[in-house]
Ligand binder design. Structure first.
Ligand code: C2E
Ligand code: MG
Ligand code: MG
Ligand code: MG
Length: 294
């Protein structure tokens, strides 16, 4: 579309393309050193029981504070990390940091023994045949039972699965780690994949949650996902729950677990412990501190 729109337009277009490319190269360079310079941290967002808002787990979400440009969203830098071959190092760091945090919270009784940590895993990380052994060693080293760890994978992993990826998924599951399909419904998910792969849960994508209460087809999609999950014995988490209306619709559709700004955004580990942690000896102290509206 550039050349036919006149010289002025095409110059503008080329300039902005050029700027984008330069920006990307610059970000890639900065990302290479971000890890060692301590510019990354992990934020934690609660996953709650929809019925009472009790935290049952947390999702670890990586954050990058660029020294000059401020926070860069993971939606921007994760794809760069994937293409630049940095995702293995980054993913390993996020996993080790969030598992260490979970072990610390358990030791301090900030979280209950069945509280779990959900960690995002990139398709490329699953091509590393050494991943299951690495995860196993980390769990043993921290004294964590495998059942308190959920790895979030994307539907594309199952669609494009190679023999190697297949093997890695089965070995991870054999460790006892749980595997959830992230952003469920946005890819090419088919029932067959859920049966063929050792997944234990699905996370219903935010795009189906946002229309609940207003868009009839979204309710029907969620209803179908719940029916399928139940039939296959999978756990179901609804993502991106922002309103009381969405929460109530999910409750009536039988979705047990939710995650979203209605309950809380992703926050630092210290903030998470204050807001969501239990005070030892006080039964359900966290629930008592939460506003009644949430
Ligand atoms: P995701 O795994 O689907 O994570 C959920 C995203 O939805 C997060 O965005 C979260 O902050 C956002 N979110 C949660 N509740 C709400 C809500 O109520 N409303 C809205 N509008 N958004 C909500 P975030 O943190 O920007 O992360 C974006 C994506 O980046 C993640 O999507 C995930 O795919 C990727 N990502 C984040 N951390 C990591 C990581 O450590 N490794 C890998 N491989 N990917 C990561
Ligand atoms: Mg996720
Ligand atoms: Mg998700
Ligand atoms: Mg999502």
């Amino acid at each position: 579309r550039s050349k036919t729109e006149g010289p002025g337009r095409s110059t503008m277009f080329d300039t902005s393309m050029h700027e984008q490319a330069r920006d990307r190269v610059e970000l890639e360079g900065a990302l290479r050193t971000a890890l060692t310079r301590g510019e990354l941290h992990v934020a934690y967002q609660p996953i709650v029981a929809i019925a009472d808002g009790r935290p049952v787990g947390a999702e670890a979400l990586v954050r990058w504070d660029h020294p000059r440009r401020g926070p860069i969203p993971p939606g921007v830098f994760i794809p760069i990390a994937e293409e630049a071959g940095l995702i293995d190092a980054l993913g390993t760091w996020v996993r080790q940091e969030s598992l260490r945090q979970l072990a610390q919270w358990r030791a301090e009784h900030t979280v209950s023994d069945d509280f779990w940590m959900s960690i995002n895993v990139s398709p490329r990380q699953l091509r590393d045949g050494g991943l299951p052994a690495a995860v196993g060693a980390e769990l043993t080293g921290l004294g964590l039972p495998a059942g308190v760890v959920t790895l979030e994978i994307t539907e594309s992993v199952m669609v494009d699965a190679s023999t190697q990826t297949d093997q890695v998924l089965f070995e991870l599951r054999a460790l006892g780690v749980r595997l959830a399909v992230d952003d469920f419904g946005t890819g090419f998910s088919a029932l067959g994949y859920l049966r063929r792969f050792p997944v234990t849960g699905v996370k219903i994508d935010r795009s189906f949650v946002s229309g609940l209460g207003t868009d009839h087809s979204d309710s029907e999609i969620v209803r179908a996902v719940v029916a399928m999950s139940t039939a296959l014995g999978l756990s179901t988490v609804a993502e991106g729950v922002e309103t009381v209306e969405q929460r109530d619709a999910l409750a009536s559709l039988g979705v047990p677990l939710g995650q979203g700004w209605l309950w809380g955004k992703a926050v630092t580990a210290a903030q998470f412990a204050t807001r969501w942690g239990a005070i030892p000896g006080v039964p359900d102290a966290a629930a008592a501190r939460r506003p009644l509206t949430a």
